[in-house]
Design a protein around this ligand. Structure first.
Ligand code: ZN
Length: 398
């Protein structure tokens, strides 16, 4: 299962900002996340990413698209040290990484950058960003723009045109996650976020649209008809109170999709798929939404794996000649009878967790289920100490 969208450093946020008042909205959560991002250094980045990637492997994710905008060092100096820390974390754990460097240039529609955005995320120009991406030689990269809030239309157009040459045909962007973004897009551009991308010629099979929660019916149909890929992040979308995407209708229209763990506050591949279906059940009042005649588990896992392969841009997500041998083994005698694969995968989807997974192979090499427990215990303890420090520092209440 490829993970189509991750911000590894946000693993440290699980449990922070949950008191009444703190948790007000997406935008107040974003302020908390900026406090974490403000001073995080490469060593801390590497440790948090290593923890997140190990947990991804344990839960069945074998590759990951890391949507990366924490570019500059804690002193604000440009460089590749932060990105290289992510690459080291992926190499240590064995997860297959697609780094998606993300362009960021403004604080919102017509707004200046705030201090954290300016110090850590933003490049001076598209040219400076392109130089930075080229400096990441030897790393498989896709190209990203943060959102239509953070990147002006002229820059979006230029970046989209470079996706083939610089990003192996991948163009990732957050879209329509929040109602406010949609309202502002209508006010400024007269269309919604996906409508704007369409005006710029960017709704193509290269487009990896993240969230799309509040896309309207016309925009959803456009994504499906143009062969764009939508990356749904159900756990994060629930955590941030984003809303519920009408996935059943979109899938009926033939829309392609993947899942992503986004904020990484709870990393578990099957939980993403289960919450995707449960969101449809809660909003439709029907039990059968994304299921087919042979059930739901195999259908959702396979669709997300195929769409995930597009999001990461690697030959993965299927068992066929020429694809990487990325394999997830399940064993839980209580849930899985071994008599009917479809029924077993239904049981896994409804009742399973990362605990149902016994072995995970990436490119034929065992990467989870076989590591020494001591190694992981030491890593978890070190990451735990870092997260405790962050909780007492930048993540503590002002
Ligand atoms: Zn995101």
């Amino acid at each position: 299962m490829p993970n189509g969208h991750s911000h590894a450093f946000q693993r440290a946020l699980a449990g922070a900002g949950e008191r009444s008042g703190d948790a007000g909205s997406f935008w107040s959560w974003r302020s908390l996340m900026y406090r974490l991002a403000a001073d995080l250094g490469p060593d801390e980045m590497e440790l948090l990413a290593t923890l997140a990637y190990l947990e991804m492997l344990e839960s069945g994710f074998t590759s990951v698209a890391e949507f990366f905008y924490l570019h500059h060092g804690p002193d604000g100096r440009p460089g590749t040290a932060m990105a290289e820390a992510v690459v080291r974390a992926a190499r240590q754990t064995g997860i297959r990484l697609r780094l998606v460097p993300v362009y960021y240039e403004r604080g919102g529609f017509g707004e200046a950058l705030d201090p954290v955005q300016k110090k850590r995320f933003a490049h001076e120009s598209v040219e400076a960003f392109v130089d930075y991406v080229r400096a990441l030689s030897g790393v498989p990269v896709g190209l990203g723009a943060h959102s239509i809030r953070a990147v002006a239309p002229t820059s979006l157009e230029r970046l989209g045109a470079m996706a083939t040459e610089l990003g192996e045909g991948l163009f990732h962007i957050h879209v329509a996650e929040q109602v406010r973004e949609v309202e502002e897009s209508h006010r400024v551009h007269g269309v919604g976020p996906i409508g704007l991308l369409d005006q710029l010629g960017l709704v193509t099979p290269h487009l990896q649209a993240v969230h799309g929660t509040h896309a309207d019916a016309r925009e959803r149909r456009l994504l499906a008809e143009r062969g764009a890929n939508l990356i749904l992040c159900p756990v994060t979308e629930a955590y941030l109170a984003d809303g519920i995407f009408p996935a059943a209708e979109y899938v009926d229209q033939g829309g392609g999709w993947a899942v992503g763990t986004d904020a990484n506050v709870a990393i578990d591949a099957v939980s993403e798929l289960r919450l995707l279906e449960y969101g449809q059940r809660l909003s439709s009042g029907k039990r059968s939404n994304l299921a087919g005649p042979n059930g739901i588990g195999a259908r959702l896992w396979q669709a997300a794996a195929r769409g995930g392969a597009r999001a990461v841009g690697f030959p993965v997500g299927v068992l066929e000649p020429g694809a990487y041998a990325d394999l997830v083994m399940l064993e839980d005698p209580c849930l899985l009878t071994g008599e009917d694969p479809d029924l077993d995968l239904d049981a896994f989807l409804i009742g399973g967790s990362r605990g149902t997974i016994t072995q995970v192979y990436v490119g034929g090499l065992r990467r989870a289920g076989s590591r020494g427990a001591a190694d992981q215990a030491a890593l978890r303890a070190e990451a735990g100490r870092l997260i405790a420090r962050l909780r007492q520092g930048p993540l503590s209440r002002a």
